[in-house]
Design a protein. Structure first.
Length: 273
């Protein structure tokens, strides 16, 4: 049975600071657009470590035309014959864009390595090529940030149980996730080997302790803001124009001829009374 987690970070304090940090992210977005910066943020970690929740909080108030999340499915038969990094290259940002990778090319160092979806030779080649690939990205001007969300086996199991019992979260739980319980040590060894080969000066890993999701989100976003070389961008003041008088005598058609959505909200309100 999973152990009970420690007391969570206070909700009000968390929500207030999260909102402040998200306001800063909006300012970073304006800098990215104005400067033509290219930002890639990698989110990796154990299953149920809180990667998706962190991504949601980062992107929540950002323009999806500027900041997009990439979560690739399993490779197709054709993609399996390509150079391993090839399908990820298509999703790298152009000028003025932010890409959040919900898992990334590091699948090869984790799930593919542990579950036998790649050969030992392919895994060894990845560990050699990955630092070179990332160095090329950084040399070309991409701002690369890599976050590993760390969670204990007890907390992971607790979250799995919660997902299994919550109809709104059951879609997050897959047979592959459950397999990670019995392969905990295998994943640990794979992670240690991955960090040893790919935690470089050019593209370092940042470990985010994620036993408490609220703290993890605040710490990750604050670190991202602190390490990007952004500066405030002055936005032009927008003036709301006066609405002009109708020049053509426009009259809206009767509402009765429109197909309006049934007033479900009003029905719920009546039933509540």
């Amino acid at each position: 049975m999973a152990k009970k987690t420690t007391k969570r970070y206070p909700r009000e304090l968390y929500e207030n600071e999260l909102l402040r940090l998200q306001g800063e992210l909006v300012r970073v977005q304006e800098w990215v657009k104005a400067s033509g910066a290219r930002v890639v943020v990698i989110f990796e970690g154990r299953d149920a470590a809180g990667k998706g929740g962190a991504i949601k909080r980062v992107s929540e108030h950002l323009n999806p035309r500027v900041c997009r999340t990439v979560a690739l499915p399993a490779p197709t038969g054709r993609e399996r014959t390509q150079w391993y990094f090839q399908r990820y290259v298509d999703h790298l940002p152009a000028a003025g864009e932010i890409v959040l990778l919900d898992r990334s090319w590091y699948n090869r160092a984790g799930v593919e390595r542990v579950m036998g979806f790649c050969t030992p030779e392919e895994h060894e080649r990845f560990l050699r090529q990955c630092p070179v690939f990332e160095e090329l990205l950084v040399e070309d001007g991409i701002l690369l940030r890599k976050y590993w969300f760390s969670v204990s086996d007890a907390e992971q199991e607790r979250r799995f149980r919660e997902r299994r019992q919550n109809p709104l979260k059951q879609w997050k739980l897959s047979p592959m996730d459950l397999e990670s319980i019995t392969r905990w040590e295998d994943y640990s060894r794979a992670k240690d080997e991955m960090l040893a080969h790919t935690d470089t000066e050019v593209a370092p890993w940042t470990v985010v302790e994620a036993e408490d999701k609220r703290k993890a989100r605040l710490n990750m976003i604050a670190h991202l803001l602190d390490t990007l070389p952004w500066e405030p961008v002055e936005r032009p003041e927008l003036v709301l124009p006066e609405r002009p008088e109708s020049r053509g005598g426009y009259v809206r058609p009767p509402r009765e001829i429109e197909r309006e959505a049934p007033d479900h909200a009003a029905e719920i309100l009546r039933n509540a009374d």
